[in-house]
Design a binder for this molecule. Structure first.
Ligand SMILES: Cc1cc2nc3c(=O)[nH]c(=O)nc-3n(C[C@H](O)[C@H](O)[C@H](O)COP(=O)(O)OP(=O)(O)OC[C@H]3O[C@@H](n4cnc5c(N)ncnc54)[C@H](O)[C@@H]3O)c2cc1C
Length: 448
């Protein structure tokens, strides 16, 4: 390794102007004090930063959209954060129906840019999540039942590995790395600088919906949703979010790739439950669908509250005992953004086998996460303990966890995040990062 390596790109050291802004993430809970940020302008800046860090023995983290949900993943105290967020270009190849994107375009701007020219790719529920991070864990959202996960659309990537070498991975070259990047979790193998996604022709119109109920109808609404959402027409994606009692809201939303008339009849089992205070069903042009579901937010938007999440995959529909656990969590967690969040699975997600990509959890009926929020530091330990205790209580009814909603209290994280794909991921880690340069809490340990 040359001794004259220096950092290139936009560099911000501790104490420089811009440092405070650079160290702010979506979740204040994960903020810390790195030594230096490198905002790469090109792949070469990433290479230089990795070489510099290794020469100076400084811990490395990769960062794109700043939405990591747990500590020390895209931030590290006294280390170097290699941030690709100045690299946002998108090139659409409409003949081959694919888009090449630099890894820090955020999901909202990417999806909207493509929608304007008539193309559709899956997206999650936040416009400001980085495509860099969300793709690597899977990338779930309302289109997953109709067209699959974000990572199911990844066909090629460019990555800088631990020796600063730039690799391309696709079905012919480094196909194991492509497999691992499709669900193997952020930051494990190297720093990704470019992705190539398959895109779909967008429908001209689609239909969105929103239903709100008062909190005291929790049991009725949840039971109706879980009996309906995993089994309904595969063109329908639905999120159910039940907020804390303190917030008082039960909110269902969704997207249907079909007409308003058809959706209205599909929604009947849900709308007829309890006494909704809002029922909104609207057919929109596809570009307006995207604007509606992920409205523009300032790129640097940050949660006002600290946020601790855990996630799991229900093995069967929730019995009353599990619903009681949910209720008591939502009574105890007073944060206004605290919630239980559900997204229906099935359809295109389970048309791919769990071993075909690193994303293992393809058969659950729905995805589940629960989170607490707080503002005062003195409330942190109570909230962290509540999330953990709830995980333990729910354990008879759920399996595993989603690596994009990580929880560092999970001890057996390998099988929990990756199921039986964990061993293969460990071998791929040994091949591409044998010295375990990219290590962080719950990173994949190499296995030779
Ligand atoms: C408000 C909010 C909404 C969300 N909604 C959804 C959703 O609907 N669906 C869903 O699936 N997930 C969702 N998530 C989870 C999200 O996918 C993960 O938090 C994801 O890791 C964020 O990626 P990022 O690039 O924004 O974050 P970052 O903090 O920049 O990075 C997160 C992880 O990815 C790694 N990483 C980032 N960029 C690179 C890179 N270029 N190369 C290698 N490693 C990299 C980091 O090292 C870190 O481990 C949401 C999160 C939040 C906070």
């Amino acid at each position: 390794m040359g001794s004259k390596i220096r950092l290139t790109g936009r560099i911000i050291y501790k104490g420089d102007p811009g440092y405070e802004q650079a160290r702010q993430n979506w979740n204040p809970y994960v903020d810390t004090f790195p030594l230096v940020f490198v905002f790469a302008q090109s792949t070469k800046d990433v290479t230089n930063a990795i070489e510099w860090a290794r020469k100076n023995n400084v811990p490395i983290r990769a960062r794109s959209g700043r939405h990591a949900l747990d500590k020390n993943l895209s931030m590290v105290k006294d280390g170097i954060v290699i941030d690709v967020s100045d690299m946002k270009k998108v090139w659409l190849n409409s003949e081959q129906e694919m888009a090449i994107v630099q890894t820090d375009i955020q999901v909202g701007p990417l999806v909207k840019k493509l929608a304007k020219v008539g193309y559709m790719v899956p997206f999650g529920d936040s416009p400001t999540v980085g495509i860099g991070g969300i793709t690597m864990g899977g990338g779930m959202g309302l289109l997953q039942r109709s067209i699959g996960l974000i990572s199911d659309h990844l066909i090629e990537l460019e990555m800088v590995e631990a020796n600063g070498i730039v690799l391309n991975a696709n079905k012919n070259n480094n196909s194991d790395l492509l497999w691992a990047t499709r669900g193997g979790g952020g930051g494990n193998f190297g720093i990704n600088t470019e992705y190539c996604f398959k895109v779909h022709r967008a429908p001209t119109e689609a239909t969105v919906f929103e239903i709100i109920w008062p909190w005291n109808q929790l049991e009725k609404v949840f039971k109706a949703w879980q009996k309906w959402a995993p089994f309904v027409d595969n063109r329908l994606g639905s999120i159910l979010e039940i907020f804390s009692e303190n917030n008082g809201l039960i909110h269902a939303t969704g997207l249907f790739l079909g007409s308003k008339t058809k959706l209205s009849s599909l929604l009947e089992p849900l709308i007829s439950v309890g006494a909704p205070t809002k029922v909104f069903i609207q057919e929109l042009s596809y570009t307006n669908v995207v604007e509606y579901l992920i409205p523009n937010e300032p790129i640097t938007r940050r949660s006002e509250q600290n946020y601790k999440i855990s996630s799991a995959w229900p093995t069967r529909l929730f019995p009353d005992e599990a619903i009681k656990i949910m209720r008591s969590f939502l009574e105890e967690s007073t944060g206004t953004e605290s919630s239980f969040f559900f997204l229906n699975c099935g359809g295109a997600v389970n048309r791919i086998s769990p071993e075909a990509t690193a994303f293992f959890w393809r058969y659950p009926k729905f995805y589940l996460e629960w989170n607490t929020t707080w503002t005062q530091d003195s409330d942190a330990s109570r909230n962290l303990a509540l999330v953990s205790r709830t995980r333990q209580q729910l354990s008879p009814f759920v399996e595993g966890a989603y690596v994009n909603s990580p929880d560092q209290n999970i001890i057996n994280f390998g099988p929990d995040y990756y199921g039986t794909n964990f061993e293969r991921l460990q071998s791929i880690k040994a091949k591409y990062d044998p010295e375990n340069v990219f290590h962080f809490p719950q990173s994949i340990p190499p296995k030779f």
